[in-house]
Ligand binder design. Structure first.
Ligand SMILES: *Cc1c(COP(=O)(O)O)cnc(C)c1O
Length: 374
């Protein structure tokens, strides 16, 4: 059985290092906001190329706390791609702000050419989601932000260490938000997240907010939250970070093989925008008309695939209150019907890669349709 993602494989590449660190943290007697968190924040900020990093409890927290601290809430609009992950949209709506959707382009990211027509006098920010491991067009987004005086929040949950014109994502906007959910590029062994920023005041606010609004114990400056990164996750993330470039390079090699050896006219390969690179958080192909047939065909051969994402946020039950209907964002809706994420994980063997490639090359829509009819 080949799984779409196999976290145990990545773990087993450096298992002894993780075990040693876990024991160190257990033995330390200090479990929340300690030296591992401070060290990780420093190392992550340096890796990304930002001045400050603040560890948080999840990627969703990074998003909603960003909008909260940027004073974006009720009555405000935030622009986001229509093919986003639902958490991106929740990050906006948890403060009462309204998401304004923009269609994706051929690179599966927000179509920056279509942002301007959605800017109103209520627009306060753009949430730039770097989906699947590839940067958005940050040049265009930053110039629009400047023109209309908008904040820019970057959702880098899927793009740990990606670049736009050589600059690391997360450093363009006011805040860069990261999730360290186990399946993300630099994945924790539980939930974790962080923000990066170059704004010292803002970084300070995040530190206070994540700890009930207090800098000094029992002196609460604001109504905050509990969104602390713990010592265990921070310690383990430091080890993951030390291998992150290797992990990203390994997935690039797998992606290269898929590009070179999958030869099936039914498959549309992912496209990389000039100026961007990809860390292949997901290898997302488009299979127009035959996606579900291919998925079923692969499943029969014990090859697991995933759909990121089957229901665009505007059609999600959670957002029925926004009043959107089917047909409002036809490109995002079409993508939801044709995207398929192929198996992609660190520690994937050559044989496993070959099995996936062979199976996809064998796939023939007519055969499958006949089989389903028979
Ligand atoms: C995973 C993810 C999130 C949410 O992160 P959590 O840590 O699961 O809260 C947000 N945005 C994107 C694009 C993601 O992939």
């Amino acid at each position: 059985m080949i799984m779409p993602n196999n976290l145990g494989r990545q773990y087993s590449l450096h298992a002894e290092e993780y075990k040693k660190k876990a024991c160190e943290v257990l033995d330390s007697g200090w479990y929340i906001l300690g030296k591992e968190v401070s060290a990780f924040e420093e190392e992550w900020a340096r890796y990304i190329g930002a001045k400050y990093c603040v560890g948080l409890a999840s990627g969703l927290d990074a998003l909603w706390i960003s909008f909260r601290l940027l004073n974006i809430g009720e009555g405000d609009e935030v622009i986001v791609c229509a093919n986003a992950y639902i958490a991106c949209v929740m990050g906006i709506t948890m403060n009462g702000a309204t998401p304004v959707f923009v269609e994706p382009d051929q690179y599966d990211n927000i179509d920056a050419e279509k942002i301007e027509e959605k800017v109103s006098d209520k627009t306060k920010a753009i949430l730039a989601v770097h989906l699947y491991g590839q940067s958005c067009d940050m040049t265009k987004i930053m110039s629009l932000a400047q023109k209309y005086d908008l904040k820019v929040v970057e959702d880098c949950a899927q793009s740990h260490g990606n670049h736009w014109n050589g600059q690391t994502v997360g450093t363009f906007g006011d805040v860069g938000c990261f999730s360290f959910y186990p399946s993300k590029g630099c994945g924790a062994f539980g939930d974790a997240g962080c923000i990066v920023t170059n704004d010292e005041e803002l970084a300070k606010k995040f530190k206070v907010f994540r700890n009930y609004g207090s800098e000094k114990r029992y002196h609460n400056m604001m109504v905050g939250s509990n969104s602390r990164l713990d010592e265990m996750q921070a310690g383990l993330l430091r080890i993951k970070l030390s291998h992150l470039d290797e992990f990203n390079e390994e997935r690039c090699r797998i992606a290269d093989r898929y590009y070179n050896e999958i030869k099936n006219p039914l498959i549309q390969f992912p496209k990389i925008r000039p100026g961007a690179d990809s860390s292949w958080h997901q290898f997302v192909v488009h299979v127009s008309g035959h996606r579900d047939a291919l998925m079923g065909f692969l499943k029969k051969q014990e090859i697991g695939t995933l759909i990121h994402y089957p229901i665009p946020p505007h059609l999600s039950e959670a957002y029925s209150y926004l009043g959107h209907k089917k047909g409002d964002f036809p490109i995002a809706e079409k993508y939801a019907d044709e995207v398929l994420s192929l198996p992609m994980y660190n520690g994937m063997t050559n044989d496993e890669q070959q099995i996936v490639i062979n199976a996809i090359n064998e796939f023939n829509a007519e055969d499958v349709n006949n089989e389903f009819k028979g």
